[in-house]
Ligand binder design. Structure first.
Ligand code: AMP
Length: 635
């Protein structure tokens, strides 16, 4: 077995040789002439002079060796549809969609905005864009008209690809009226709209602008559309970051660097192999979906599962709460990728569901998107009997920054830590006010990345280099380093622990506390399924912590039972963190407000606590959760 520390060292000490080697994992039409151009920091241009294509690497290059093997497996427990496309079939579908886009006037470099549910056509559209060199901008299907409009205005797409509707837990969400309203609100108007009709909701079509995918597909079935050979540094896509206020930030990615970063991550991090099946439960609207539902697995020659539906038992057609494990058994999934929040949802169900299916194919479960709390990590690890690998990254990074490189060396994980810096990432912890590197162990500071950033990292903010430099690279005094805006510490073994956003910090009586730290302690209580802690303004202490808890056992959290549990939770925090962190109140609720990607909307809860407006809630999953908190606090 290789030593990860040697592997890592080489990636930063002899970075160009290291990445030149990784670049061989993909096909190039013209090989790169220069591995890295870092002459204009903080911009890093990878594999300069090389030409390649993401779609070629994801599909065409596999046709000879595995053309008839499954590539895309679409399962919807919302519609009951289940269909597998081989690499050859995917090749045909993508060319057909590419021909449709070309017919609608899309040219290389044009933007195509994709606003779609988790259906095959969404993947066809992304890959079709990559094939012809159009820039895709996938906007999460849960966004409403206002957010969609601002993204349309920023991206200025030639064509928008959408669908009649999405569906969640049996509830149909019509997309087309939202899209029409967004286009009406936007100053920029697309030349054409291409629509998948799932027969879920009626669609009014605008004559001359709106086209049905199936009509165009009928004209272009069997089309041969060659891959456009793009410069490595040419844009592959933009994706808007979540949680930002004001003008959306379009994170812009290149082509060659991204392809190499993903190709390298498949063996090194995921220990994944061609011919196997990868199951990522994210959404194509998020960066995790781009990298590990669509491009990563396909580039590696794996089948990828695109799942539409809830993980738990829902309404009508909904499966039993073991649907994910059923898919693992059926498709012999070897690598699975999900989020802690989803696991916490599963945790509320019967644990027997974890034992109902044959999971022997599964080698590891990767979790990302938010800190993995110890009880959740332990629960799922024991339930599945496979390593649970936390991985820390951001929309900006494109692939994991901190985790365990399972394919290089199976280093043991540590509960509560995503692991160690991945090859290519120069991760440091700095004092936020002085910019000095914190060398002492377990000293809390801002997690930053020193340039040059590795392949796959964002190139810039779409059409706004100045904002890219000012927002990310100038926040630490005296140093040009990329700020993750996360707090972290490093232990004696070099493992990092992420302590929450620098912007999620609360200050109690002059002492700063991470709400995450308090949540971690509370979620260790046997009767706590989920918890959110927010800092609420307090006349005496500046801020106090207030906890919102979803009890595992709802009985007994009323009246005297609630008082008792509240007392236990307060004591637990006081015992483990000290009195400062002890919540001033513990409220019991049936659900917590989250974004569709599962991030807790702490700031919205905090606003309600302080009697303020909860702000932009367009990414929110279930608005009723916030309503109930409002009623509880302000009856
Ligand atoms: P996003 O760009 O929306 O994916 O959010 C990225 C942010 O999510 C990071 O800056 C962290 O605050 C958080 N995050 C993602 N993955 C992890 C993880 N494994 N552990 C802790 N925090 C995480």
């Amino acid at each position: 077995m290789r030593s990860y520390s040697d592997f890592y060292r080489r990636s930063v000490d002899d970075s160009e040789a290291f990445w030149a080697e990784q670049a061989r994992l993909i096909d190039w039409q013209t090989p790169p002439q220069q591995i890295l151009d870092a002459s204009h920091p903080p911009f890093a241009r990878w594999f300069v002079g090389g030409t390649t294509n993401l779609c070629h690497n994801a599909i065409d290059r596999h046709l000879d060796a595995r053309g008839d093997q499954p590539a895309l497996i679409c399962v919807s427990t919302e519609t009951g549809l289940e269909r597998s496309y081989s690499f050859r079939e995917l090749h045909a579908e993508v060319q057909c969609t590419a021909a449709s886009l070309l017919a609608l006037g899309v040219k290389r470099g044009d933007r195509v905005l994709i606003y779609m549910p988790m259906i095959a056509e969404a993947t066809f559209a992304m890959l079709a864009c990559a094939r012809i060199g159009a820039v895709h901008c996938v906007v999460f299907g849960g966004f409403a008209s206002g957010s969609l409009a601002s993204r349309i205005e920023d991206a200025e797409p030639t064509v928008i690809v959408s669908a009649d509707a999405g569906s969640r837990g049996g509830k149909v969400l019509a997309y087309k009226p939202l899209l029409d309203e967004a286009i009406r609100l936007s100053k920029h108007k697309p030349a054409a709209v291409l629509l998948a009709d799932r027969g879920l909701a009626p669609m009014d079509r605008v004559a001359g602008r709106d086209h049905l995918m199936r009509d165009l597909a009928a004209q272009h079935r069997g089309a041969v559309v060659p891959c456009a050979w793009l410069e490595s540094t040419e844009i592959s896509y933009t994706i808007y970051t979540s949680g930002t206020t004001g003008k959306p930030k379009g994170v812009q990615r290149d082509t060659g660097g991204y392809a190499v970063a993903l190709a390298a991550s498949m063996p090194h991090i995921f220990d994944a192999r061609a011919g196997e099946t990868y199951f990522c439960t994210s959404d194509i609207g998020w960066v995790v979906g781009h990298s590990y539902i669509v491009y990563g697995p396909l580039i590696a020659g794996m089948a990828t599962i695109l799942y539409e539906g809830l993980p738990t038992q829902g309404l009508d057609r909904q499966p039993d709460g073991g649907i994910w494990w059923q898919l693992v058994e059926k498709y012999k999934v070897t690598v699975m990728f999900s989020a802690p929040t989803a696991v916490r949802v599963l945790k509320k169900q019967d644990p027997a569901l974890l034992k109902k299916y044959d999971l022997s194919s599964l080698r590891a479960l990767f979790l990302a998107g938010e800190p993995l709390d110890e009880p959740t990590g332990r629960w799922i690890g024991e339930g599945l009997g496979v390593p649970i690998i936390d991985n820390y990254w951001q929309t900006e990074s494109g692939w994991p920054i901190i985790t365990i490189a399972n394919g290089v060396e199976k280093k043991p994980g540590k509960l509560g830590s995503p692991g160690v810096p991945m090859y290519g990432w120069r991760v440091k912890i700095l004092d936020e006010s002085t910019g000095e590197e914190l060398s002492a162990l377990n000293e809390k500071g801002v997690v930053v990345i020193e340039g040059p950033t590795p392949p796959g990292f964002m190139q810039t903010i779409w059409r706004d280099d100045a904002r890219f430099v000012n927002t990310y690279w100038k926040s630490v005094p005296g140093k040009m380093v990329y700020s993750t805006f996360d707090w972290g510490i490093r232990d004696a073994d070099g493992y990092f622990f992420i302590l929450g956003r620098t912007d999620d910090v609360i200050n109690v009586a002059g002492h700063r506390l991470g709400t995450r730290e308090i949540e971690e302690v509370i979620s260790g209580h046997a009767n706590v399924a989920e918890v959110a802690v927010v800092g609420v303004a307090d006349a005496l202490k500046g801020q106090v912590a207030v906890a919102f808890v979803v009890p595992r056992n709802a009985d007994g959290v009323e009246g005297a039972g609630a008082l008792a549990l509240e007392g236990e939770i307060m004591r637990r925090v006081a015992d483990q963190l000290g009195a400062l962190g002890r919540p001033s109140r513990v409220h019991f609720v049936t659900g917590l407000p989250k974004t569709r990607s599962g991030k807790l909307l702490r700031r919205a809860i905090q606003a309600i606590c302080e009697g303020r407006d909860a702000g932009d809630l367009t990414t929110m999953d279930d608005p009723a959760t916030l309503q109930r908190i409002r009623q509880l606090l302000w009856p």
